[in-house]
Design a protein around this ligand. Structure first.
Ligand code: PLP
Length: 438
């Protein structure tokens, strides 16, 4: 039996070079960026419009609207979909705040739903009882690359005549039953910032097939493109951005994006192969489960942003996830940290803060019911921090290198008993309000 590195043994990962986690930066990409600089076109829109077309075509969608962040793209999507004062949107509590928080500035509020403990996406059984006559949309987050259960979510939205907005920031290129996520709802928003799988700088994009949503989104934060608006009822009031926002994409980002649209489709295949290889090596090991769609489901995780594993402490005699990850890090698996996004419904912003000085917490000022969730009401979201952990996010299919990481997992699991005596348990707080620290 080999000695664990945390107890003084040799680390299992011998080659800890970062290259296996790094993106392909091509000559073509460099040249595209320099061209924008030399032509001094950073604030123009011509390349952005080309990028939008390419990104929308890749998805088979009619309209794309480039934005300077994913948050802006989701804000435009919400306004485009008609979210306004007094409305409610349903969103899973386990997500990055931008999935839902822009609703506040539209005078709308958020009702949080629980996640399915295996997919980590919204639990379709936890939606319907949270609806009210004010509910206007379900925000579907394809969390950590996992496609949400659209076959069960779409009928709920249809039945109650509410919209579906997809947050695809974690799942670029992912397939749900063979169809790309981001194409199921009325409108979708993507973050394209540097930490994401489809990464082009600081940027976002909104996709829709609905001309009205597209034009309203342009009205909201893209005043320089108001000439595109055809609807006379909207065009009458064009010229100034209705939202008071300026959401134009930086063209160094759109230039990278144009290259990425082609390159990512290749990169994604390699990432998918590398990540599946890693999890296949660990199939059947107690204490851990892959976070990936079932085989032969025709679902994929695209570029595997925020690659997570699920942890089943009971199978390792209650070994804490913190101790488990600490042992992995000692073996050279620097990615291994417990938790992911903290459940939003527990943050005081959603309970007490009066953002706009209405004299009442913003969460409830726009609605005639108190939608604030108490602790304990979204059990899966609340328990998640001790049940998931970050795993290495391989960008390259280099089998020998990946084996070293898998061997580190195997060694820790096979020798977990050695970790029990020194286990101090988990700290009270695990996870983050963001994911970028990994
Ligand atoms: C990153 C992210 C966003 C916001 O994107 P930015 O480009 O950072 O503004 C929205 N939703 C989710 C789920 C994200 O992870």
């Amino acid at each position: 039996m080999s000695k664990l590195a945390i107890l003084g043994g040799q680390p299992e990962v011998k080659n800890t070079s970062n290259d296996i986690f790094m993106r392909n930066i091509t000559k073509e990409m460099e040249e595209a960026v320099l061209k924008v600089l030399h032509e001094w076109k950073m604030s123009s829109t011509d390349i952005t419009i080309e990028f939008e077309r390419a990104f929308a075509d890749w998805h088979g969608m009619k309209y794309g609207l480039g934005c300077n962040t994913g948050t802006a793209a989701l804000h435009c999507a919400m306004f485009g979909a008609g979210i306004g004062v007094g409305d409610e949107i349903i969103c899973q509590s386990t997500t990055y705040w931008a999935s839902c928080l822009p609703a506040f500035s539209l005078g709308a509020t958020i009702v949080f739903a629980d996640i399915d403990p295996e997919s980590l996406c919204i639990d379709p059984d936890d939606i319907e009882h949270r609806l009210s006559p004010r509910t206007k949309a379900i925000m579907v987050v394809h969390y950590a690359g996992m496609p949400a259960d659209m076959d069960r979510i779409i009928p709920i939205a249809k039945k109650h005549n509410i919209k579906i907005i997809e947050d695809v920031s974690h799942a670029h290129g992912a397939l749900y039953k063979g169809k790309m996520v981001g194409t199921f709802g009325d409108v979708s928003g993507y973050s394209l910032m540097s930490g994401k799988a489809f990464a082009i700088g600081e940027a976002g994009i909104m996709l829709t097939n609905d001309r009205d949503i597209y034009e309203r989104a342009i009205l909201f934060g893209h005043y320089e493109r108001h000439s595109e608006i055809q609807n006379p009822e909207l065009a009458k009031f064009a010229g100034l951005p209705w939202g008071g926002y300026k959401y134009r994409m930086h063209q160094m980002s759109s230039a990278i994006g144009l290259v990425q649209v082609r390159q990512f489709q290749k990169d994604m295949v390699e990432i998918d192969r590398a990540m599946n290889y890693f999890w296949d090596l660990l199939e059947g090991y107690p204490g851990i489960r892959a976070h990936r769609p079932p085989r032969n489901s025709n679902c994929t995780k695209g570029g595997w942003y925020c690659a997570l594993g699920r942890y089943v402490s009971e199978e390792l005699e209650g070994l804490s996830i913190s101790r488990f990850c600490e042992a992995l890090r000692a073996e050279g698996v620097g990615w291994a940290h417990p938790g992911a996004n903290k459940p939003l419904h527990l943050h005081p912003l959603f309970h007490n803060v009066d953002v706009y000085r209405h004299g009442k917490p913003t969460r409830i000022v726009f609605s005639d019911r108190d939608v604030r969730e108490k602790i304990g009401t979204l059990p899966n979201a609340e328990a998640m921090a001790k049940k998931v952990f970050a795993v290495p996010w391989f960008k390259h299919y280099w089998p020998e290198r990946i084996q070293e990481y898998a061997n580190a997992f195997k060694k820790v699991i096979e020798n977990y008993k050695q970790l029990l005596p020194g286990d101090k348990g988990d700290p009270e707080e695990l996870g983050n309000w963001y994911l970028s620290k990994r």
